[in-house]
Ligand binder design. Structure first.
Ligand SMILES: Nc1ncnc2c1ncn2[C@@H]1O[C@H](COP(=O)(O)OP(=O)(O)OP(=O)(O)O)[C@@H](O)[C@H]1O
Ligand SMILES: [Mg+2]
Length: 380
């Protein structure tokens, strides 16, 4: 039986724990608050900030896990680099966790490998941002190098927006180093997540592309498969293979691309299950969580079957505690529809609390209709 230390215990972690436990693993779920989704289904839990070196090290020393599995970006990844040298196994690799923690590092790796990205530059002051934006050409997208879920991200339409974008990025960034990436605004036809699985003993596998729509930096709905030209799909797979093989290790990666009329552009990558990939809970025979578990345990993945499916998020609308959900009965009365309630103990505006899933024809419309029937009610 493998012992897994899960760093981050959100909804993705919860589904991963279920998959890992079905394969006989023992899981210790960690997060900064008690009662986090993955803790509810794990064998043990541990509460501390993953950004704090001392408790992170202490948890690794105490539990002596066979596998350390990051579920979030914001981890003191220097500790992972150290413990990997001491013989602990980090999924997919400490280097992957470290490089993807900051946008600039992984972007530099992609560029070094010759992967096509949007034109971009870095800036450390508002003045630099102005000069770089003018050089790239408006509109531009500005993101703190250390942030996730769209925090601190904005689009500057003209030079007049730059100061506002800079201030917004500074307010939304993690860490103390003020640095942003400024990118050419890509007018894509659609964007995809290409789930890419690196196996211990076997070739790299790809799931069917997942299309998704983002608002306020978080995905709202996703569907699979997203139809795309076969040469574009091949190009995306090649870029995904290039970058993930450079990062190394075993596990699933969510590789994000923009697809324009002319080409496929690499955007970013997460070395772990991806939120848009929750659709695979209904659209694939093995979900992204099952695939991650098999890949990290070195178990075979002989076949991935896909049927048309979609996911749509259910968001909270205000700050509160003891959330309840209305409309679940109505949502589940539709054939081919399912719901996952994450079990988060508190709500805040736009917090993702559940996801509606649908499979079969018209899956996207049906998933969105099911999500729309569900309301989160909380106290306080
Ligand atoms: N250069 C760009 N041109 C057009 N749209 C963009 C660009 N960069 C980002 N976006 C839009 O913003 C979304 C979020 O950007 P990105 O994935 O880089 O940030 P993120 O904060 O890491 O998001 P997450 O953590 O949720 O994946 C993208 O999915 C895309 O919809
Ligand atoms: Mg993203």
């Amino acid at each position: 039986m493998k012992k897994i230390l899960l760093l981050g215990s959100g909804e993705l972690g919860k589904e991963f724990v279920i998959s890992a436990k079905r394969l006989g693993c023992y899981v210790i779920a960690c997060d900064s608050y008690a009662g986090a989704p993955a803790m509810q289904v794990a064998d043990e839990f541990c509460v501390f900030s993953m950004l704090d070196e001392i408790p992170l090290r202490a948890a690794i020393t105490k539990y002596q896990p066979d596998l350390i599995v990051p579920e979030i970006e914001a981890i003191r990844t220097e500790v992972l680099l150290e413990v990997e040298k001491e013989g602990f196994v980090v999924i997919p690799s400490a280097r992957a966790a470290n490089l993807t923690m900051n946008r600039d590092r992984i972007r530099d790796v992609a560029v070094g490998l010759g992967v096509r990205t949007a034109r971009f530059a870095y800036a450390e002051t508002a003045g630099e941002l102005m000069a770089q934006s003018a050089a790239i050409g408006f509109p531009v997208v500005i993101k703190p190098v250390m942030s996730s879920s769209g925090k601190g991200q904005s689009v500057a339409q003209t030079a007049a927006d730059i100061q506002k974008s800079w201030d917004y990025a500074c307010a939304g960034m993690r860490g103390d180093r003020k640095k942003v990436i400024v990118e050419e605004f890509i007018r894509f036809e659609f964007e995809i997540t290409l789930l890419t699985i690196r196996q211990r003993n076997g070739k790299t596998l790809f799931c069917e592309p997942i299309g998704h729509v983002q608002e306020r930096g978080d995905y709202q709905y996703s569907w699979q498969p997203q139809a795309m030209q076969s040469d574009y799909l091949k190009a995306a797979q090649q870029m995904a293979e290039t970058v993930t093989s450079d990062l190394g290790g075993a596990g699933i990666f969510g590789v994000e691309f923009f697809v324009t009329k002319e080409e496929v552009i690499f955007s970013e990558l997460s070395p772990r299950p991806h939120d848009t990939g929750m659709v695979t809970l209904i659209s694939q025979n093995l979900s992204e969580f099952d695939l991650h578990a098999r890949a990290i345990l070195g178990l075979p993945i002989p076949q991935i079957d896909t049927t048309e499916g979609a996911s749509a998020v259910v968001l909270a609308s205000k700050d509160g505690v003891q959330p309840r959900y209305t409309g679940i009965e109505q949502a589940l009365s539709e054939p081919g529809v399912d719901v996952r309630i994450f079990g988060k103990p508190t709500t805040r505006p736009y917090r993702r609390m559940a996801v509606a899933l649908a499979k079969g024809s018209n899956a996207l419309a049906r998933a969105r209709a099911a999500a729309a029937k569900i309301t989160v009610v909380s106290e306080g």
